[in-house]
Design a protein around this ligand. Structure first.
Ligand code: DON
Length: 585
């Protein structure tokens, strides 16, 4: 890997009195025991589920490019990793595409779900008044109009090289022939709370609980209805999903279960090419997703703030560094929750949020010795915003690089585990519960504890604000240096931030950068969530600065490819927190 020199930046930090702290910063000893990253010469796929990674690799081996392989991996995940992989959800793709002799292009594709035309700002408040339980997270009302099929096929059309039949073939085979159910899927299906919710929906019970019992680990899991849906998509393209038989099945299930997605909503769905967020960081260029993702904006703010400090000198995962990270995170999440949403429906103050002056002001507000209470930044005494559950397996990220140097980062989601828990009968796929990412009930925390603003209120056709942060890093010559991302709700953004710092400030190797313990702060609740591997003295140092701490057993399921230019190698690092793999050739 090519790292920028570990030179201290002009330390604004010194004027903040950090100099005295520099010597007190022991690095966290994470690197020693890490197994090395997987190495490959020509191409690589890193994904959260091995069969899907294999599907992508088979496409690379057959001469497909990174987009072909990403699309194949995406459809395969919908079969082999149903908790998060999907055709009934949505996502974002960030790509660096080299075609022929043209200069490489950076692309950002938004295939986020949209609110149905009948969804208004008070939908979920009213639904709750009518006695509907968890209306934005469970069941038909929770589903947005799915974007994944349109998004993946748009990417294939625009930047792929193979035809639909070729890239869908591995997914169709996996669905039709079946595969041994993986441990993770079996474990989540057996979870009592999940099972009791899934079994309420007959289509879901039939696919995942045949005979009333969850599919067990190792049992051959065949999904003939899903195979038929995928064949229709291979044959007819997006129309095979958004019109005709499948659209009809979705709407019939909506009518049966009190949902509001119509044939018109489905026919109107379009993925959108957007201008990627691009900004320099220590000689590298970061390419990330713009709104309706908050990922790119927050990364630019947080790296902008942290670039003013000598983090390398303060030490990797030292309490002095982590304090600054938490303060940068806190400030960026305050902006995110207050001001971001779908740019086509709300006017977003991006010029201000990303201006050097604003970022400078955010940095200046940080006290290196003391945590700033979030209430001080928000100017009110806010509701606490406790997350309702932990996140890892409900979203998934995959990273791909091909032999031409093209790179693709995709994060895709149903939102919660198995989304709305509604499987479309006869069509074999689950619907998302992405509507909960809106400010569904103003003033109340959502599934991830986020309390969001007016810019993210529900409106017909609007896309909910997301934290998904598929990211690509270029070196000074514009060549791909890293492709990365993770699930984890709001922790996605802060996790991507930390892996970038681990690679490009602290000089950690790819696998060590992924494995290192992580922290998270999202302004509200006003506390640092941290993985348990952080040493006690580091935690003490954070407490001493006034932070409340909360331990979490894990943060994220990272999938990284880094390019080692010196050795002409691709390094694939899949997160040991999950069950993913790096597969290369
Ligand atoms: O788009 C978002 O921000 C959320 N729907 C992502 C949810 C997620 O990552 C859950 N996690 N593992």
């Amino acid at each position: 890997m090519k790292h920028s020199p570990r030179t201290a930046l002009r330390p604004l930090a010194l004027s903040l009195g950090l100099a005295a702290l520099l010597a007190l910063a022991p690095a966290c000893p994470v690197a020693a025991a890490d197994p090395p990253a997987v190495e490959a010469k020509r191409g690589m796929v890193v994904a959260a589920e091995p069969l899907a990674a294999e599907a992508g690799l088979s496409i690379l081996r057959a001469g497909g490019n990174a987009i072909d392989a990403a699309v194949a991996t995406g459809f395969a995940l919908a079969v082999t990793y149903p908790v998060a992989g999907n055709i009934g959800g949505g996502g974002f793709l960030v790509g660096r595409i080299t075609t022929g002799d043209d200069a490489p292009r950076s692309v950002a594709l938004d295939f986020r779900e949209t609110a149905p035309a009948a969804a208004g700002r008070d939908l979920y408040v009213r639904a709750r008044e009518l006695g509907i339980e968890s209306p934005s997270t469970l069941g038909h009302l929770a589903a947005g109009v799915p974007g994944s099929v349109a998004g993946l096929l748009h990417a294939l059309d625009r930047w792929g090289s193979l035809d639909r039949a070729a890239v869908l073939a591995p997914a169709i085979a996996l669905a039709a022939d079946g595969f041994p159910c993986g441990r993770r899927t079996a474990r989540i299906l057996a979870n009592e709370r999940i099972a009791s919710r899934m079994m309420r929906f007959p289509g879901t019970a039939r696919v995942f609980y045949p005979g009333g019992k969850p599919i067990e680990e190792g049992a051959i899991f065949r999904q003939p209805e899903l195979a038929a849906t995928l064949r229709l998509i291979a044959e007819k393209g997006a129309d095979g999903f958004y019109r005709g038989e499948i659209a009809g099945a979705i709407v019939k299930e909506m009518e049966r279960g009190g949902g509001i997605i119509t044939l018109d909503d489905l026919a109107a769905y379009r993925p959108l090419e957007r201008k990627a967020i691009r900004f320099p960081f220590r000689g590298h260029t970061i390419i990330a997703m713009p709104p309706p993702s908050s990922g790119g904006v927050c990364l630019q703010q947080m790296l902008g703030i942290l670039g003013r400090y000598p983090l390398d000198k303060l030490g990797h995962n030292s309490s002095a560094s982590l304090h600054l990270l938490a303060e940068a995170m806190r400030r960026s999440f305050a902006d995110r929750n207050r001001s971001l949403g779908d740019p086509d429906h709300a006017s977003l103050p991006l010029d201000h949020l990303l201006s050097a002056a604003h970022i400078e002001e955010m940095a200046r507000g940080i006290d290196a010795r003391r945590a700033t209470p979030s209430a001080e930044i928000l100017g009110a005494s806010p509701a606490p915003g406790a997350p309702r559950r932990r996140e890892r397996e409900q979203t998934t990220h995959y990273s791909v690089i091909d032999r031409h140097g093209s790179a693709v980062a995709v994060t895709t989601t149903l939102n919660g585990p198995f989304g709305a828990k509604v499987t479309v009968p006869g069509a074999g796929f689950l619907l998302n519960n992405e509507m909960d990412d809106f400010t569904a009930e103003p003033g109340k925390p959502n599934l991830y504890g986020l309390i969001q603003g007016e810019a993210n209120a529900v409106a017909p056709g609007k896309r909910p604000l997301s934290s998904m942060t598929p990211t690509i890093v270029l070196d000074g010559d514009g060549r791909v240096e890293a492709v990365l991302g993770t699930p984890g709700g709001p922790t996605i953004i802060t996790n991507v931030l930390q892996v970038l710092l681990n690679l490009f400030v602290h000089g950690l190797e790819a696998q060590a950068a992924v494995n290192a313990p992580k922290i998270h702060h999202q302004c509200l609740p006003d506390r640092i969530a941290h993985e348990r591997e952080l040493p006690a003295d580091v935690l003490e140092g954070l407490r001493g600065r006034g932070h409340e701490l909360r331990e979490r057993s894990w943060i994220g399921d990272f999938q990284l490819i880094a390019v080692d230019r010196r050795r002409s190698l691709l390094l694939g690092a899949s997160d040991p927190r999950g069950g993913g793999v790096a597969r290369g050739h």
